[in-house]
Design a protein around this ligand. Sequence first.
Ligand SMILES: Cc1cc2nc3c(=O)[nH]c(=O)nc-3n(C[C@H](O)[C@H](O)[C@H](O)COP(=O)(O)O)c2cc1C
Ligand code: SF4
Ligand code: SF4
Length: 265
Amino acid sequence: MKTLIYYFTGTGNSLAVAKGLCSRIGDCELIPIASLIKDPGPIVPDADRVGIVCPLYFFGLPAIVAEFSSCLDLSNTDYVFSVITMGGSGGTAALRQLDGILKEAPARRGLDSGFSIRMPGNYILMYDSLGQEQIGRTIRAADRRMEEIADRVKQGFREKLAWSPIAALIHHLMNPRFIHGVHEADRKFTVDDRCTSCNTCVEVCPVENIRLENGRPVWLHRCEQCMACIQLCPTNAIQAKKTEGRRRYRHPEIGIGMLKEHARR
Ligand SMILES: Cc1cc2nc3c(=O)[nH]c(=O)nc-3n(C[C@H](O)[C@H](O)[C@H](O)COP(=O)(O)O)c2cc1C
Ligand code: SF4
Ligand code: SF4
């Protein structure tokens, strides 16, 4: 049974989950969502099973994932699942949002199952990263959860999606506002003299939103707020709001080279 997993990631959590599921499920291919969105029109996966793996942004889907999902034609697919990675809680709201979008999309079929996994939070604009020990503990727990999810997916587990009134309310209050300003939110990013013109920020941005001008990054206002540029700059030269002095985060098993490769596809 062939499986395609579409994923979006900034700092590697969702890529680690997508890779982990792929290797456990077998006969599986990974496709970065950002590589597909350039060509408008329906996306028809050639697979029996389809998964969508992405981070939670303000109790909802990243804008690019919502856009991609509305183009998915799942008429030839037997089983559809999603896994949301998140720093805290609220994954159920994003799963229900995704289910709603898929039901409006060409094939008019929703999710067969949906899961969330707690991972180290990466929203450095709001908080500092966890320490190494806590990151290790969180990732070990996430790996165990990934095992459970892979087993359920292989068994073709189907279940009504969970609903939390609190998560739904927070989604309603916060997500539309975030999405409304998301592409322009890079206007608050700045770069300081620690910049060495190494080009890493350009290469890790999944949506080609950065170019170097006079050796310094310039943001092009089609940002997804994935935090990759701020988190992965080797000299911590990129700041926004209160990021100065906060520790940077990347999933420890996902190297910068891997994130550059995923952004290039
Ligand atoms: C813009 C933004 C908003 C976020 N909002 C939430 C949220 O509402 N709830 C939550 O639990 N985590 C939130 N997070 C944390 C991420 O969902 C989490 O760290 C995720 O695993 C990152 O995945 P990635 O490494 O694949 O990019 C947010 C992160 C970002 C960048
Ligand atoms: S990653 Fe950091 S050091 Fe490298 S070009 Fe970008 S801002 Fe400069
Ligand atoms: S500019 Fe930075 S935060 Fe925005 S999408 Fe690119 S890497 Fe992510």
